[in-house]
Write a protein that binds this ligand. Sequence first.
Ligand code: ADP
Ligand code: TRP
Length: 329
Amino acid sequence: MRVLSGIQPTGRFHWGNYFGAIKQYIDLQDAHDGYYFIADLHALTTIREPDVLRGYVRDAALDLLALGLNPERATLFVQSDIPEVSQLCWLLMTGAPLGLLERCHAYKDKTAKGMKADVGLFTYPILMAADILAYDSNWVPVGEDQVQHIEVCRDLARSFNAHYGEVFTMPEAKIVPGAAKVPGTDGEKMSKSYDNTLALFGDPKELRKKIMRISTDSRPMEDPKDPESDHLFLLYRLFASSEQIEEVKAIYLRGGFGYGDIKKRLADAADAYLEPARQRRAALEGNPQLVDDILKKGATKARQVAAAVLERAERACGLKNSLPQSLKK
Ligand code: ADP
Ligand code: TRP
């Protein structure tokens, strides 16, 4: 199975990005043909400072590799290194109904808030469809928030195939069980837009301080509490072993504990979990050439696949007829 997913370099990755998305990519890389990319073209819809974008792309590559994405198994690349995707995007734009895009939440949410959206944000799902279709992807592991975009991709592929013949492989969204909706420090969904994130990398002391500031309720200490409805417990569960989880569950149900103790346990568990990745990241930072080589090799491989799919689509539409017969498939 070809598994493909992209992640936008629009900030430093947080726990929500890891447990909601990145961890699934990494778990799937052993059994499948994984294609994972850093969606810098999509990030242009929000990041307009070239240096900031360059920095985030670099950080994204380092983070993904440090977290365990293995370039010997999966293909890692940067979206804009594959120009065929943008070319394919145009073919999909022609014939795409406006109404399909007007319903998409990225655009709808922004305009509903009275903010002005640019054409890039409006057509964002079509570029995403091109990303998916360009690699004959079978599965697309994503968080719940992206399922609508996969549906758009399937609609576009279906109507293109119906009109021009079987050109595209039909992809499926893969919502991985356990891809948790990770709460932030305030108990709402963790998101950089809510300023409630906990970082994967960065100063461990800062992280500990932020964990100690996670919001908690003001019920008396002695009251028993339901662990499943407490965001501090839900965060702890992401990092702890099953024995540790059972132990802390029992503490909640018994009552008579302080949240400070749970926060300390969370900080210790997160530290133990993240430390190997921090060390791998530090080693990669010291070897920029290696990271460049990995991305270049990934792009070369991805381009070969995308070029073949693009050519198939172009010919089906009646383009590229002036090329010699020998170049035809
Ligand atoms: P943010 O909300 O911080 O801007 P993104 O929208 O860039 O994050 O999300 C990138 C990926 O990480 C998406 O696949 C999304 O589903 C996943 N993700 C982000 N936040 C969370 C969360 N709190 N819980 C689970 N998954 C998340
Ligand atoms: N839109 C996705 C997000 O914000 C990122 C993305 C771009 C993507 N292209 C993709 C995800 C193709 C899956 C497949 O998370």
